[in-house]
Design a protein around this ligand. Structure first.
Ligand SMILES: Cc1cc2nc3c(=O)[nH]c(=O)nc-3n(C[C@H](O)[C@H](O)[C@H](O)COP(=O)(O)O)c2cc1C
Length: 344
């Protein structure tokens, strides 16, 4: 993808992060795109039909480009006995919330169906996290006029995605809220965004979209100075009226609690605001995604209904306390103006 083709996707170098699990809505996606940024639909955890309806809804609200984000199916070795032990440990939680634990199972999250949908609907961008599709899939999407982006968390992943022929990389630092998009979910300490941007810039010539802890125009300007073409902002949009963030999750953003990486909720490392469930179970949680995601799903749903923030996966990046309950269009415009003021 040429720099000009990348730039034509947005007037303001701000990408609205895909936020699976409820925060992304067609209203948020459209508002970010309409303001001159690039909004994303989060296909993760949704059925193919639900994603199709969201694409229709976004198209009814904006004529601007937008993207669709898809989970690459993770096929990491899983210790079934460790999942059973974790399930046994969580029986007290099931009693507390008055629900049965979910059935831990593997799922490809509707991979084929979502790929077919995207190839048919042709959003401007298809982005992938947790891994990178092979050259044939990437070329197939590009043949339909779709730009392909892949999330990377290390220079090695950047090289693999570049070799697969993608158009741009989403460079996700350790600061980021939600799951780390790493291909293999190791225990290696994740790399901070500034170091990672420099390392990835050295490994590839592709346009880079920086993600993790960016929550205002100064942050956008900072990553642009470090070689990124745009900033992908997640937590900074989660309090907007357009976002579908649950009430207890919104309330937790007012706390000054730290964030931490944990496998306690899903079996894959993700950053969230530290709460009781994370403290109680983090050390025992196995690496087993998406099995643990399905195991804890009824607990999280029950905690959400009870407005109990201590039982919810409170995904948030390190700069979450800068998030504002302001319409997304105003935030994107402000961040763009602030970034421009820094760079002149
Ligand atoms: C609630 C939540 C859900 C997320 N869901 C996705 C997702 O579905 N796909 C994805 O690629 N990234 C997802 N992310 C990660 C974001 O794309 C991005 O890397 C992150 O939000 C950037 O850090 P920040 O939250 O500090 O801005 C999610 C992040 C959060 C906070």
């Amino acid at each position: 993808m040429t720099t000009a083709a990348f730039r034509s996707l947005m007037e303001i170098p701000v990408v609205g992060a895909p936020l699976a699990g409820g925060s992304s809505t067609p209203e948020l996606t459209a508002a970010v795109s309409d303001a001159g940024g690039l909004g994303f639909i989060a296909a993760g955890y949704k059925t193919v039909d639900e994603v199709g309806r969201q694409i229709e809804q976004v198209r009814a609200k904006t004529r601007r480009p937008f993207g669709v984000n898809i989970f690459f199916p993770t096929q990491l070795a899983t210790d079934e006995a460790a999942v059973d032990d974790y399930a046994a440990r969580l029986t007290g939680e099931a009693e507390l919330y008055g629900v049965a634990l979910g059935e831990p199972h593997w799922s490809d999250d509707g991979w084929e169906g979502k790929l077919e949908l995207v190839a048919r609907e042709r959003p401007a961008v298809a982005s992938f996290t947790f891994g990178c599709p092979d050259r044939a899939i990437v070329a197939g999407l590009q043949g339909n006029g779709i730009a392909v982006w892949c999330t990377v968390t290390s220079p090695t992943e950047a090289k693999l995605a570049t070799a697969a022929g993608v158009d741009a990389l989403v460079v996700q630092g350790a600061e980021a809220g939600g799951h780390q998009g790493s291909f293999d979910d190791t225990d290696e300490p994740p790399i901070g965004l500034l170091a990672l941007l420099q390392l990835v810039r050295d490994a590839t010539r592709l346009p880079l979209v920086a993600a993790g802890g960016i929550a205002n125009g100064a942050g956008v300007a900072g990553v642009v100075a470090a070689g990124a073409s745009a900033a992908q902002i997640g937590s900074g949009l989660m309090l907007t009226p357009e976002a579908g963030t649950s009430a207890p999750h919104r309330a937790a953003f007012a706390s000054d609690a730290p964030t931490a990486l944990t496998r306690a909720f899903s079996g894959r490392r993700a950053r969230g605001i530290v709460n009781r469930f994370m403290l109680d179970h983090n050390a025992a949680a196995p690496r087993a995604y998406p099995q643990v995601h399905y195991l804890t799903a009824p607990l999280r749903a029950a905690a959400r209904s009870a407005a109990d923030a201590d039982g919810i996966n409170l995904w948030a990046g390190q700069a979450y306390s800068l998030a504002e309950a302001t319409p997304a269009a105003q935030l994107v415009a402000r961040w763009g103006a602030q970034a421009l003021a820094v760079h002149g």
